[in-house]
Every structure is written in structure tokens, then in C-alpha cells.
Write a protein that binds this ligand. Structure first.
Ligand SMILES: Cc1cc2nc3c(=O)[nH]c(=O)nc-3n(C[C@H](O)[C@H](O)[C@H](O)COP(=O)(O)OP(=O)(O)OC[C@H]3O[C@@H](n4cnc5c(N)ncnc54)[C@H](O)[C@@H]3O)c2cc1C
Length: 561
């Protein structure tokens, strides 16, 4: 068999005893003092004029102000866990526990800044391999200790909130030591990766074999293979490489009932595809330890370019035409006029002013930026695919801006979250949410969500920015991704966003969208899941949960509420 087996450590020597994941990262995206996190003056000025932002300095509370209780883990359980993973890999220190207290939603970040209650785990357990994960899962089930699987901790829906539920204690299972590329099958184009491998490390290890996964979510720099599979993640190049679940060929899952392995062939008629019970199960059915993934040849050429369509209707019609003709670029991303305006305002500078003037001269009243990016293994292939896309796009009469804007987007594609830290410092409530629907319902859904958010957030002189884009398009429909910026209600920041999020979710449910296209359910969307899958669907998921996790210790409160 033509299978090369590898066990390649990512870091030499590997030391994941807590130093790797500094607790400060929970507070923001950028390392302390990172230059990217500075908000330029022109952006602050624009925000003040556009949104009514008054207070522009709201620094974080010192760490010492955060309330962290004593660990409630019984001594016997701590010793049993230590016997499996080693004493040094059962972390009980304040900083280690704070470092895995929650994910990266606005609410999570605000809690780390000293607002509201922070759910801090009683311990962090850092196993070395799938066998240790299995033993830890069994121990937690035996002693009825809650267990929260933790990959990159980038969940924005409360997926890694350390809730104990009705259990006495909760531990976070940090998978960072499961960091190996286990094997590569270049003939079948398959790779087996351990669950804790981060996206950059996956790409680096696969690149050594001339391969790529092609999964580039905006959380790329931190998120992990296990997290992607557990949340049905979708990357920026999903039109070319597919959503993460399209890449999953096989799985290894540690459950309280024993290990479950799935996936033996590229297709099968042997009953329902049970892999899809595990993909998207958000740690509630088991802990993924290894994922077998379809990989592709690494591209050698790429071209990213910007086009502008006049108005949202023309823009979405163009993306629909590309999708239905089967000629989407690998990255196809359409911003609505609000997001286009926001992007221009935040980048500022004379070049942006020139672009705005050029668009006005070309008679574009409502600019909608469309970024198209193609990646290929030869210039000829890229040229052919680009020609096919542009032939369809031409009928939408785009104004073409060339590669400068496309390349600028590509270089900054992971940088958005860094500005989020600076925006929080500047007293802005900044958050995103997403949904998807069929093409015939897309405009109605966008209008309903926009209206709901503006209605709740436009109070006391605040003028919210609600920007939207399509970044995942299909033959039958597309995702909608909203970015919200509004001056923070300094007296009730969590209530302000809580009301807005509830209104947006209600609008999504009432207008026939999905409660999540790629962020998953977590805690935040759990109340809205029954409306989407029906009471029978909830019963089916509940039955699977009871079968795999009879004592209910796995990720309490997630997915099923
Ligand atoms: C700035 C930012 C940008 C983002 N952009 C995108 C985007 O473009 N596309 C996208 O899809 N998502 C995006 N997200 C959301 C998030 O990154 C994804 O949900 C990602 O898949 C989570 O990966 P993770 O390793 O960080 O998982 P975590 O946040 O650690 O966990 C997510 C969920 O999966 C569970 N889980 C984690 N590992 C395992 C495992 N091994 N076994 C079982 N369960 C597990 C956790 O318990 C939790 O419920 C973004 C988030 C942020 C903060």
C-alpha cells in the first residue's frame, strides 16, 4: 500500500503545560502590544461621526479584578486524572484556568475585561494522545465531572463555556498536545490529523507533501482540526475547497461508551452516514481525537481581484449567476454597501479616496465590493477558470478594480479580529452573526436581520453600523454574515448586545434562515435549534446524546441546551 506514515511533532520540544496558551489570549486576539491592534485616528474619527461614539477609551480591568473561585475538583478525581496524563498536565492554577474560561464572542471578551460573571473551569487537563483522551472521558463519566473539549477556543457561540450544569465540577480538556500529522495517503489524497492541530500547523505539515487542506476561516491562526469538525466550519475559500464537513472522510471519537471510529470508503450505501452525527456535535457526543481529511494538491498560482457592482440586488444576482453556472471563484465574497463603506472608512488614505472618486465617476451609486480569488496548480488552469467566471460576471456590468484590492484583501484576510481588540478598547460594541437561506429569500432575510439589529441598538443617540456580506455561495442559496458596530452602553454592555442578538435570532427564525451557517449552536443558539429541526429532531439528538453520554458529562449546556 502506498501510504507514508508520519508522526511529525509541530514544536520541538513540545511543551503544552500552560505556557503555550497564555490566559491573556482569552482577552483578545492580538498579543499584548501588537501593532495591528491599534485603531488609526481616522477610523476613530469616522466612528465618532458615523455612530455617535463619545467615550473612546475603555481599558480592560486588571486580571486581579476577575473573580476565580477555588477548584472544586475532588482530590480523588484529580489524582486519577494525574495518573492518566501526568501531574504536570492537570492544571489547577488561576491563570491556566482563566486562559480556558470561555471563547471569543463579544460577551466572552467583555467578561474577561471584568464585566459580568466568568465561568472558570475547576481544572484544565492536557492529554497527550487519543488513548489518554479516552481514559479522561471515562473518568469524567464515572465521577460525573463535566468535560469541555477545547481546541483553539475561538468559539463565538459559547461552545467552550465552562458550565458544570448540574454536575459538581467541570474540567476543560485542552487538546493542544494532540498536534501530529498521523499519516498521509498521497494516492487517495487523504491525511489523518490529530484533533488539536491548528490550521497553520496543518497547512505547514501538509505543504511538506505538496498538499493543502484549503480551509481558511478568519479564525485560521488559532482554530484546530477538531474544532472545525465539531462545528461544521466553513472557510473563506469554501467555494473552491468545500465546507469542512465536505473534507471529513473519517473520525475517531472518544465517548464514555468507548471509542467510535467511522469512515472506511469515499462513499457508502451502508445506511445513514453516521459521520454526520459526529461532525457538528460540538463536543456533546464525544471528543474527536483524529480526523481523516480529503486534501488537495497545493496551488502554485493564485489571483485575487476586486470588482464593484452597483447595489446589493445586482451584486447578489451576479454571485447567484456564478454559483448556478458552476463557475464560482475559490473565494467569492460580496460586501453590501454598508460593509463596502465600512471597509473604505477603516482603511482610509488617499488610495481609498481615489477609488471612491473613480466609482462616482463611473456612475456607481451604491458600491458593493466583490472579491474573487482563484487558486490553481497551473497558470493555464487558473486562466481558464477565471475566464469562465468573468464571462458570467460580465452581464452584471461590474466596475473592475484589478488585483490591488483583491491582494489587499488576501493579505489582510485574517487581520479583522485584531482590530476588534482595538475597537473594544475604544468603547465600541463589535460583534458578528451569520445565517443562510435560499436565494429567493436572501433579500428578505437580510432586511429582517438588519431591521431587528438597528431597531434594538439605535438608542440614546447611538447609530449602529450593520454591515453584511455573502462569503459562501451555493447553487440554491448563500450565507449572510453581519458585522455590527455601535457605541457600547457603558452601563449595561452585556444587556445591550443580548437584546440585539435575541432580536436578530428571532428575525432569522421568523424569516426562514438557519440559526447558524458556520458558527455552530453552542450555548447562544441552543434556544433557537428546536424551531429549526423540530421537536422530533431534538428528540433524536437527545437519544443519541443519552446513548453515547449516559451520565451527561460531555460539554454541558451546548447544542441541546
Ligand atoms: C475572529 C473569529 C473569526 C472566525 N471566523 C470563522 C470563519 O471564517 N468560519 C468559521 O467556520 N468559523 C469562524 N469562527 C468561529 C470558530 O473559529 C470556529 O467555530 C472554529 O471551528 C472553532 O475551532 P476551535 O478549534 O477554536 O474550537 P473551539 O472554539 O475550541 O471549540 C468549538 C466547539 O467545538 C468543540 N470541540 C473543540 N475541539 C473538539 C474536539 N476535538 N472534539 C469534540 N469537540 C470539540 C468545543 O467543545 C466547542 O463546542 C471565527 C471565530 C473568531 C473568534
Amino acid at each position: 500500500m502506498d501510504v507514508i506514515c508520519h508522526t511529525i511533532p509541530v514544536t520541538e520540544p513540545s511543551d503544552h503545560t500552560g505556557a503555550q496558551l497564555d490566559h491573556l489570549v482569552r482577552r483578545g486576539w492580538t498579543p499584548e502590544g501588537g501593532q495591528d491592534s491599534i485603531l488609526p485616528n481616522h477610523a476613530t474619527r469616522w466612528l465618532s461621526a458615523r455612530t455617535g461614539l463619545v467615550e473612546t477609551s475603555t481599558p480592560v480591568a486588571p486580571d486581579s479584578a476577575l473573580v476565580v473561585g477555588e477548584p472544586r475538583l475532588p482530590d480523588g478525581v484529580r489524582d486519577a486524572l494525574a495518573a492518566v496524563v501526568g501531574t504536570e498536565h492537570v492544571l489547577l492554577g488561576r491563570d491556566d484556568r482563566l486562559g480556558r474560561a470561555g471563547g471569543m464572542s463579544y460577551v466572552d471578551l467583555m467578561r474577561h475585561r471584568g464585566t459580568g460573571d466568568l465561568a472558570v473551569p475547576d481544572a484544565v487537563v492536557v492529554p497527550a494522545d487519543p488513548e489518554q483522551v479516552q481514559r479522561v472521558v471515562e473518568l469524567c463519566a464515572e465521577h460525573r465531572i463535566g468535560l469541555v473539549p477545547f481546541g483553539g477556543g475561538t468559539s463565538v457561540v459559547g461552545g467552550v463555556t465552562a458550565s458544570a450544569g448540574d454536575l459538581g465540577a467541570v474540567v476543560v480538556l485542552d487538546l493542544c498536545r494532540l498536534d501530529r500529522l498521523v499519516s498521509v495517503d498521497p494516492v487517495s489524497r487523504l491525511a489523518v490529523l490529530q484533533a488539536g492541530v491548528t490550521a497553520p500547523d496543518a497547512e505547514r505539515m501538509l505543504a511538506a507533501h505538496g498538499l493543502t487542506l484549503g480551509h481558511f476561516p478568519q479564525s485560521f491562526e488559532r482554530a484546530t482540526i477538531g474544532g472545525f469538525a465539531a462545528t461544521r466550519s466553513s472557510g473563506q475559500a469554501s467555494a473552491g475547497y468545500g465546507r469542512f464537513e465536505d473534507m471529513v472522510e473519517g473520525l475517531r471519537l472518544a465517548t464514555p461508551r468507548g471509542e467510535w471510529r467511522l469512515g472506511v470508503s469515499p462513499a457508502s450505501a451502508a445506511g445513514p452516514d453516521l459521520r454526520h452525527l459526529v461532525v457538528g456535535s460540538e463536543g456533546a457526543f464525544g471528543v474527536l481525537t483524529e480526523v481523516t481529511l480529503r486534501v488537495r494538491q497545493r496551488p502554485t498560482v493564485r489571483r485575487y481581484e476586486g470588482h464593484v457592482l452597483d447595489g446589493w440586488t445586482a451584486g447578489t444576482a451576479a454571485v447567484r449567476a456564478l454559483a448556478q453556472a458552476g463557475v464560482l471563484a475559490d473565494v467569492t465574497r460580496l460586501s453590501d454597501p454598508h460593509e463596502t463603506d465600512l471597509a473604505f472608512a477603516l482603511s482610509g488614505g488617499w488610495k481609498t479616496a481615489l477609488v471612491r472618486r473613480y466609482l462616482r465617476a463611473r456612475g456607481v451609486a451604491d458600491p458593493c465590493l466583490l472579491v474573487l480569488g482563484w487558486e490553481a496548480t497551473s497558470a493555464a488552469e487558473l486562466a481558464a477558470r477565471r475566464r469562465a467566471s468573468l464571462r458570467v460576471l460580465r452581464s452584471a456590468r461590474p466596475v473592475t478594480l484589478g488585483t490591488v484590492i483583491g491582494e489587499k484583501w488576501r493579505h489582510g484576510r485574517f487581520h479583522g479580529p485584531r482590530q476588534r481588540d482595538a475597537l473594544l478598547d475604544a468603547g465600541v460594541c463589535v460583534e458578528t452573526l451569520e445565517t443562510a437561506t435560499y436565494w429567493s429569500n436572501l433579500d428578505a432575510l437580510r432586511s429582517a436581520v438588519r431591521a431587528a439589529l438597528v431597531d434594538v441598538l439605535a438608542t440614546d443617540g447611538r447609530r449602529p453600523v450593520v454591515a453584511c456580506h455573502v462569503s459562501h455561495a451555493y447553487e440554491t442559496g448563500a450565507s449572510l454574515y453581519f458585522t455590527v458596530l455601535v457605541p457600547r452602553d457603558l452601563d449595561d454592555p452585556l444587556g445591550q448586545w443580548g437584546r440585539a442578538k435575541a432580536a436578530a435570532c428571532a428575525a432569522i427564525t421568523a424569516t426562514g434562515g438557519t440559526i447558524s451557517h458556520h458558527h455552530a449552536v453552542g450555548v447562544d443558539h441552543a434556544p433557537y435549534l428546536p424551531a429549526e429541526i423540530g421537536p422530533l429532531g431534538v428528540d433524536v439528538l437527545g437519544a443519541v446524546k443519552r446513548e453515547l453520554d449516559p451520565s451527561g458529562v460531555l460539554n454541558p449546556g451546548k447544542l441541546l441546551g
